[in-house]
Design a protein around this ligand. Structure first.
Ligand SMILES: C[S@@+](CC[C@H](N)C(=O)[O-])C[C@H]1O[C@@H](n2cnc3c(N)ncnc32)[C@H](O)[C@@H]1O
Length: 185
């Protein structure tokens, strides 16, 4: 899967929305690339909450953050992102500058531990509620693995049904990137 261009695009589009001191969520920590990107951007005054269901993913993310000296900026949560609203501190609600999803499976790992449409959609709805006005949701969805195309379509449909979002869809021959900005500023 050549996802490099769209992972890069997601970062580029998030950059102007993320500032020192911001709060952000990585809903699919995986190998920690997006978590590290968010941690760098929010700085020492900000904080990132990173979810993954696999201990292996959180270990790798933790290692990456340690190496970069940024572990204290991130809370790693071994939980499904569909638990996001319940697991995040109350003061975070309505104050997130960004929420990132990078769907699918952990590269080089068990392909059965894959995101699924039903939990992804629950998590997306929660993420939209948790975002600050003007906050940005990015969802990179892969379509090459079983269930991936259906999940990507479900994400597109759900996002366009939710009120108060300005949505952009960036296509590629492989994955698709959804960017949804919460209106309000
Ligand atoms: C494509 S990888 C994420 C890549 C990651 N963003 C990075 O920068 O390396 C997808 C991840 O989603 C995780 N995952 C699957 N179902 C999940 C769920 N319900 N909640 C949170 N993470 C989940 C998988 O364990 C896997 O690590």
């Amino acid at each position: 899967m050549n996802d490099r261009p769209l992972t890069h695009t997601a970062h580029q589009r998030l950059l102007p929305r993320l500032h020192e001191g911001d709060l952000a969520v990585d809903a699919t920590a995986g190998n920690g690339h997006d978590t590290l990107f968010l941690a760098r951007r929010v700085g020492v005054e900000g904080h990132v909450y990173a979810f993954d269901i696999q201990p292996q993913a959180l270990e790798e993310t933790g290692r990456r953050l340690q190496e970069a000296g940024m572990a204290s900026r991130v809370t790693l949560l071994q939980a499904g992102h569909e638990e996001m609203e319940r697991r995040l501190p109350a003061e975070v609600r309505g104050h997130l500058a960004a929420v990132m999803f990078n769907l699918g499976y952990l590269p080089g790992s068990d392909k059965q531990r894959v995101t699924t449409a039903s939990t992804t959609l629950q998590a997306l709805e929660q993420a939209v509620r948790l975002l600050a006005p003007g906050g940005l949701l990015s969802v990179l969805a892969y379509r090459g693995h079983p269930g991936g195309r259906e999940e990507a379509e479900a994400v597109g449909e759900r996002l366009s049904s939710l009120p108060g979002l300005a949505i952009e869809v960036l296509e590629s021959p492989g994955p698709v990137l959804f960017l949804a900005r919460k209106r309000g500023v």
